[in-house]
Design a protein around this ligand. Sequence first.
Ligand SMILES: *Cc1c(COP(=O)(O)O)cnc(C)c1O
Length: 380
Amino acid sequence: MTRVPFVDLRGQFTALEDDITRAIDEVLRSTAFVMGEAVGQFEVEFARFCGARFGIGVANGTDALLLTLKAFGVGPGDEVITPANTFVATVEAIVHAGATPVLVDVDPDTYTLATEQMRNLLTPRVKAIIPVHLYGHPAEMDPLLEMARAHGCVVIEDASQAHGAEYRGRRVGSLADAACFSFYPSKNLGAYGDGGAIITNREDIAERTRELRNHGSHRRDEHHTVGYNSRLDTVQAAVLRVKLPHLVEWNRKRQQHARRYAAHLQGIPGLTLPITRPGCSHAFHLYVVRVEDGSRDALREDLRARGVDARVHYPTPVHLTPAFRYLGYGPGAFPVSERNAGQVLSLPIYPELSEEQVAFVASAVAGAVRSAAGVRERGA
Ligand SMILES: *Cc1c(COP(=O)(O)O)cnc(C)c1O
């Protein structure tokens, strides 16, 4: 029986095995395991890829956000606006910086931050806004940046799901004051372990985050500030350097799979497909459909029985997650985020999927939706 896993990292490794093992071998022989040559090289290459001046490698995407907030001086007493519909890491970073997360609902169609709803939240305490390019679709940056400029706060992109996505002809990472990326293995650009990066055009922020990631130090035995140990491993930088030149092609394949899914799934009643706003290029980190009739969980189980592993991103919006209930938002606070939690379903999407696998997943979805509708009719 055909099985389509949700992610499959083996295909990519096999295709690049020789280059990867050579790159890792070089690091092993150099013994420069921490802050070796590949780190600086990757930082330059990835910043250039994003169309920005500076890249700072860090231990993971969550630290990228935390160190960036600290570099902008965000701390206790400050507020940071971010969407309720994101991976918890975005909000964790705000809390660890000592600031208070102020959550906003998301756009009903792109699921990214609902910019207009920020307007009456922009109190003098708000020091930063973190839009999330969720699932790989860029947030609506222009109106958001305009509002932030008028208010005098900084904007930090959470681009952890959107490596290579574009907004009005520019790649994410170069759209705001700074941007944060994760290289968790299953991201569009993934390491073979944890990794992250900060991208910015601001020299002061580049300098400050470089210091923060390395025990508050530029030079051995000089510690200007209380820092962290959050460096990008040399081995991971070496892996990322091998992979980066393939990212554009990989994203192109994800987009091709998305078009094929759309062609197969268009018109199935009760199923809403992802959209791409004009002027945006979607990186399709995830291909997220919505099942509107309440049968999402049953559909997911049925798909599993048919050999297709689908997942849910995310089953609980941040404000209803136990760790963040203390923020004081109750059920009903963010209707679109809450609707999505009950309806979203992520279908397998990665560059190495074959056309046959995409067709197989699509026909499994169509079959599962039909059988769910049949069950409802018989029950009625
Ligand atoms: C993956 C992810 C992060 C965190 O990245 P880690 O490298 O796992 O710390 C942050 N924000 C979003 C939206 C993510 O998807």
